[in-house]
Write a protein that binds this ligand. Structure first.
Ligand SMILES: Nc1nc2c(ncn2[C@@H]2O[C@H](COP(=O)(O)OP(=O)(O)O)[C@@H](O)[C@H]2O)c(=O)[nH]1
Ligand SMILES: [Mg+2]
Length: 377
């Protein structure tokens, strides 16, 4: 649906002119765009953005998992003195160790049950092999939702999508807005143009926070227009404007390859607000069928197994396509990641490992498993 130019430019220009970053943003973006080959499709661009970061991600994830690794290191004693004829007792102890790192009763039992089956079948003979098997079982849980042959790319959009759309949801304080800032940083610094939508309309400070991230990452921000505009209406307008700007081509105000939408934090137990989230999703669908392409649930890793209830609840209102776990840098409850994926069946796409711009890492199951259970006993 075409928009009158004045309404398309309105809110974006207001914010940017007021903060004096619009002019600078366009100039810099043009520069960045020359770096990303023009013929390069968005999918290829994204694949490059994320694969280039893979190596440094590993070191950061390893560092962030210190506390969880420490908890699980108790299991190394079990593996060191492993005796096949006493495996039942050892498996019970292993289950307890997994519980201390918040693997959750269901997942801890499932992991140990499958070890038991393989031990009984004579597939392992010593502790180091049991540890390797444990790691493989966890890796399988983490990779199962994406399926074999699933995309390695933490964000995927249909090849023919003019603009990729991302809806970010979660409870208050989970880290949504910060994560959006980090994500915008990663994308824009590699030549992917990003626009942000300030869908958290209930608190003025929330919009200011996102506008600040817009400035830092050179991304235009669509903000609430008038007192009455509710999140579903704002996201509708944001997507419409972004599509219109995209049609007009690079250099147009609000031009973006990817639109990332913030939402208000809501308690997963608040029925009305959760319903509204469903409306946010459907208003984006109305503008662009198949949208939002990614609906990412941000979960605060320090809350451990509480994440599980939140994830189940959000999954019943919106079509979650991925999880982002934040604050893993400050927790020894990292095992909860495994239980959330196991029980909710949605893959982890990113992990937050600090408050800085660079502290958002693509999630890789192998690196994660190595970080919580390093090689050697
Ligand atoms: N240590 C750490 N802090 C984080 C991380 N992500 C977000 N935070 C902090 O968590 C707090 C809440 O973040 P915010 O983005 O405002 O949450 P929102 O309410 O979900 O939008 C802020 O103080 C952030 O700096 C992370 O990965 N690690
Ligand atoms: Mg926020």
């Amino acid at each position: 649906m075409a928009m009158a130019p004045s309404s398309r430019l309105g809110p974006v220009a207001q914010v940017s002119l007021h903060n004096g970053f619009r002019v600078c943003s366009l100039r810099r973006r043009r520069h960045v765009k020359t770096y990303a080959a023009k013929s390069e499709g968005m999918i290829t661009k994204l694949a490059r953005v994320f694969s280039e970061k893979a190596k440094s991600d590993y070191e950061r994830v390893f560092g962030a998992m210190d506390k969880t690794r420490e908890r699980l290191s108790v299991a190394d004693e079990l593996f060191t003195y492993w005796q096949l004829d006493e495996y039942e007792e050892a498996l019970e102890e292993l289950e307890d160790v997994l519980l201390t790192a918040d693997f959750g009763p269901k997942t801890a039992a499932r992991v140990c049950d499958s070890l038991r089956v393989e031990i009984k079948a004579g597939k392992v003979s010593d502790g180091s092999e049991v540890k390797a098997l444990l790691k493989e079982n966890i890796r399988q849980i983490l990779t199962a939702p994406a399926g074999e042959g699933g995309s390695d790319n933490p964000l995927s959009f249909p090849d023919d999508a003019e603009v990729g759309t991302v809806l970010v949801v979660g409870v208050n304080g989970a880290g949504k807005t910060t994560t959006i800032g980090k994500l915008a940083h990663r994308l824009t610094s590699q030549g992917v143009a990003v626009a942000l939508a300030a869908g958290d309309t209930y608190r003025a400070a929330a919009t200011e926070q996102l506008v600040e991230w817009g400035k830092r990452t050179d991304s235009p921000v669509v903000v609430k227009r008038g007192e009455k505009e509710k999140p579903p209406a704002l996201l509708y307008r944001a997507l419409e404007e972004t599509l219109a700007a995209h049609k007009n081509g690079e250099g147009t105000d609000g031009y973006a390859d990817v639109l990332v939408c913030d939402t208000s934090g809501r308690l997963h137990t608040n029925y009305d607000l959760m319903e509204e989230l469903g409306k946010c999703q459907s208003s984006m669908q109305k503008v662009m069928p198949g949208s939002p392409h990614e609906t990412l649930l941000v979960l605060d890793g320090t809350t451990g197994l509480n994440m599980l209830n939140q994830a189940k609840e959000f999954a019943s209102y919106v079509n979650l396509t991925g999880l982002i776990l934040t604050k893993l840098d400050g927790t020894s409850r990292g095992g909860a990641v495994v239980s959330v994926v196991d029980e909710v069946g949605v893959p982890v796409r990113f992990v937050g490992v600090g408050e800085k711009l660079e502290d958002l890492q693509s999630f890789d199951a192998d690196s994660f498993v190595d970080a919580i259970l390093p090689a050697g006993i």
